[in-house]
Design a protein around this ligand. Structure first.
Ligand code: C2E
Ligand code: CA
Length: 743
């Protein structure tokens, strides 16, 4: 074996130098090439000797050099696969194609580099080639996964070479056709995009038509063969002058496109108005234009589509009534015209009562049917020129215009329409197989000029609607200023309530609970808000708001923790260690899924005796979700907490449930107690409630006891547990403890 001569070495190096000769990959490639050349030279010499040709060493070197040039530095990748599918050899381009060094490539199975989805096809191809007879050439493409993970499409010319002595080999020439494939795919996409519903024609830079699609033939009547080679002058209707076309070309030159309506002549001679858009296709980034793409649409279709889009933007798809946007627009005009004509207008805000229940029980399809029928009925209740709109959900608004100049008369006109709507919507509805009855609540407000803004008007009608709901539904209510002021104050208070929680403005007051002989058995904990400006605010003035805003949850937790902490402190003192504290629990607080856990975790933290804590549950809260109430009260009494039914006698809790609840105490509502001596009926109720509690074996307490007479009546009838101003006002802990000392 001889080594590569100096000339070859130089040549290899010069090529490698071009690819950075110092890199380890290139050096490795050089070694492999060198080895390969040695083998080839020996083979060549052997072959020639076999043929009886004895070449001088120099001539052989020349031939060999030539071969090396052809094979080794060819831009095409060459690869030889052994009969077992191993890569036996490859040239530099081959290694580059695979993206790994030649050393790592040689002796690897070719199939390893074939993409998964192509593996089976490759295996079949390989077997049929390798197992075939004689020499054969086949072309195919295959997807490979390069060393760096990139996927490439490769075109292969595969030749089987056989010799008598050795096993068959596959010699493969490969070219990367990834970009070609991508271009092909893009062409396919472009071709299918070209065949859309839109009529398209493409011209060259001189406006000579090169290509049209099927939609073009449908619209214009011309087949491709009739128009290719012509210019769009063929469609000239004669209705546009030279300035029209000059402006069109000016726009294309400057902006690269033009769009507008144009009269065109069809093949039949008919002249039609089309919507045409022309776009210039630029050559690369340069200014020159290679083609123009024109898209034609029948303007009648275009207008219909625009109308449809407009309809969708301004009308409710379910009921076909104007939507909020259109109502808003019309309201602005109505207010302006009311200011001009000095006539009143009215907004009626209509909300269906219990619509959610219908939706939840019979499903949304039935709910939709109801909304459609309501929309139709509303339409029949108003005059032409008035508007019935759907805001969304079950909310509708009717806008009346051109009412009287006189406020009262306009009011009664609006009320008349409102009542008409009430009557219409009260009629039974046929919803699929259901006969359904539904009532609305209507809020009304009048407008006269610009003095009240449009959004404020809608808000007023909405507020009045809530008032109608509040008054028992199925009615109409007019907006009034006092109501608005009350609502604004409520909103302001809600904001302040958040701040109160953050700034620790809540306090607990304690009101004594007494038993026989003026003995204090404990207290009810009552929440107070120490407002920085308004002073001390009683619970009745903010507790409902806290409930509505959800703030009652953190507030309630705070009350519970502080009451338990107080019980803990009392444990140390023999005078107070047996006292009980009653804590009010709101509906929202009680119906939280983890309410029982919250209570027991506070008990665990403070380690107080659970039976010193009484939870006061209003009767209406207990009857809201009776299963939940049963489960929670049972769990609470299992851990030892006492449950008191607060405001007993005011709710609708049935006797059947009353006996099931694990109650420690019934607390008769103060409204009955305070009427003892004034209303015989209330005194009788108190007597009955005390008797009932006694028969049920539940302790009974009365609250709101203010006079000795009331107390005497209660004791006479067997109720010795009392609470009220007679014994003590709710007071801060220091005052309460002082009173204890003197009690
Ligand atoms: P309630 O549970 O019926 O509480 C009794 C209310 O009557 C208290 O009003 C109390 O100050 C008042 N009161 C007590 N004795 C007399 C009396 O002899 N005569 C008269 N006229 N009134 C008396 P307050 O503190 O404004 O509480 C109102 C309601 O707010 C309470 O009614 C209770 O339902 C709720 N509440 C109070 N504190 C809390 C609390 O910490 N959490 C929750 N969730 N609700 C609370
Ligand atoms: Ca209470």
């Amino acid at each position: 074996m001889r080594s590569v001569n100096a000339r070859q070495q130089r040549k290899l190096c010069s090529v490698d130098e071009a690819h950075s000769a110092s890199s380890p990959t290139k050096q490795l490639a050089l070694c492999v090439a060198e080895e390969r050349q040695r083998e080839l030279l020996t083979l060549q010499t052997e072959k020639l000797r076999h043929q009886g040709i004895h070449m001088p060493a120099m001539a052989l070197e020349e031939v060999h050099d030539h071969y090396v040039e052809l094979y080794e530095f060819a831009p095409i990748s060459y690869l030889t696969l052994s009969h077992s599918g191993m890569i036996a050899e490859t040239n530099r381009a081959g290694a580059r194609l695979f993206g790994i060094s030649r050393k790592k490539l040689i002796h690897r199975c070719f199939a390893v580099f074939v993409a998964d989805h192509d593996k089976v096809r490759w295996q079949r191809l390989f077997l049929s080639m390798i197992e075939g007879a004689g020499s054969e050439t086949r072309c195919f493409d295959v997807m490979l996964v390069r060393g760096d993970g990139a996927r490439i499409n490769v075109y292969c010319i595969c030749h089987r070479s056989t010799s008598d002595t050795s096993s068959p080999l596959l010699r493969i020439a490969m070219v990367d056709i990834t970009q070609l494939k991508q271009a092909e795919a893009n062409l396919r996409i472009a071709a299918s995009a070209f065949q859309t519903q839109e009529c398209i024609f493409i011209t060259d830079a001189n406006a000579v038509i090169l290509k049209v699609n099927q939609a073009f033939t449908t619209l214009t009547g011309y087949g491709a063969e009739e128009v290719v080679g012509q210019t769009p002058r063929l469609f000239n209707s004669g209705r546009h002058d030279a300035t029209f076309y000059a402006a069109m070309w000016e726009s294309i030159r400057n902006a690269g496109s033009w769009a507008g309506k144009i009269w065109n002549r069809r093949k039949t001679g008919e002249i039609k108005l089309d919507w045409l858009s022309i776009t210039a296709v630029r050559v690369g980034n340069e200014k020159g234009v290679s083609h123009y793409v024109a898209i034609l649409t029948d303007s009648a279709i275009q207008d219909a589509t625009s109308e449809q889009i407009e309809h969708m933007a301004f009308y409710d798809p379910l009921t076909n009534l104007p939507n909020r946007r259109l109502l808003w627009d019309r309201l602005r005009h109505a207010v302006a015209s009311s200011a001009r004509n000095k006539r009143h207008g009215a907004l009626l805000f209509i909300d269906l009562d219990n619509f959610k229940t219908l939706n939840d029980t019979l499903g949304h399809d039935i709910g939709d049917l109801l909304l459609q029928q309501v929309a139709q009925r509303l339409g029949r209740c108003i005059r032409e020129g008035d508007t019935a709109a759907r805001l969304g959900g079950d909310e509708f608004v009717v806008m009346l215009e051109d009412l009287s100049e006189q406020l009262e008369e306009a009011g009664s006109q609006a009320e008349f329409v409102g009542k008409k709507i009430l009557a219409a919507l009260n009629q039974p509805y046929g919803l699929a197989t259901y006969d359904y009855r539904c009532t609305p609540s209507i809020g009304a407000t009048l407008f006269y000029d610009h003095s009240v803004k449009e959004d404020e008007l809608l808000k007023r009608a909405d507020i009045a609607m809530y008032q109608a709901k509040h008054k028992g539904r199925n009615g109409i209510c007019f907006f009034d200023q006092a109501m608005q002021l009350a609502l604004s104050a409520r909103t302001a208070l809600a904001t302040e309530l958040h701040i109160a929680l953050e700034q620790n403005q809540f306090r607990l007051h304690y009101q004594m609970q007494m038993c026989r002989d003026n003995q204090v058995i404990g207290a009810e904990v009552l929440l107070r808000w120490q407002h920085p400006q308004r002073g001390l605010i009683a619970a009745r003035d903010f507790i409902q708001l806290a409930e509505d805003t959800g703030l009652i949850l953190p507030i309630g937790q705070w009350v519970l923790e502080n009451a338990c902490a107080q019980l803990k402190m009392w444990e140390a003192n023999p005078r107070t260690k047996r006292l009980q504290l009653a804590v009010n629990v709101s509906a929202r607080q009680f119906h939280q899924a983890d309410f029982v856990d919250q209570v027991s975790s506070v008990l665990q933290k403070t380690r107080i005796e659970p039976n010193r804590l009484k939870l006061e549950l209003a009767e209406h809260v207990a009857s809201e979700n009776i299963d939940d109430t049963l489960a929670k009260t049972q769990a609470l009494s299992t851990i030892g907490v006492c449950i008191t039914l607060d405001g007993f006698g005011t709710g609708k809790l049935s006797l059947a449930y009353l006996v099931k609840l694990p109650l420690a105490q019934l607390k008769i509502a103060q409204s009955f107690v305070q009427n003892i001596g004034e209303k015989a009926a209330d005194a009788l109720i108190v007597k009955t409630l005390i008797n009932m509690a006694r028969h049920l074996g539940i302790s009974v307490m009365t609250e709101g006891v203010e006079t000795e007479a009331q107390r005497a009546f209660l004791e006479l009838n067997g109720c010795f547990l009392c609470q009220g101003y007679l014994f003590g006002m709710p007071a801060p802990i220091e005052v309460f403890e002082q009173c204890l000392g003197s009690a």
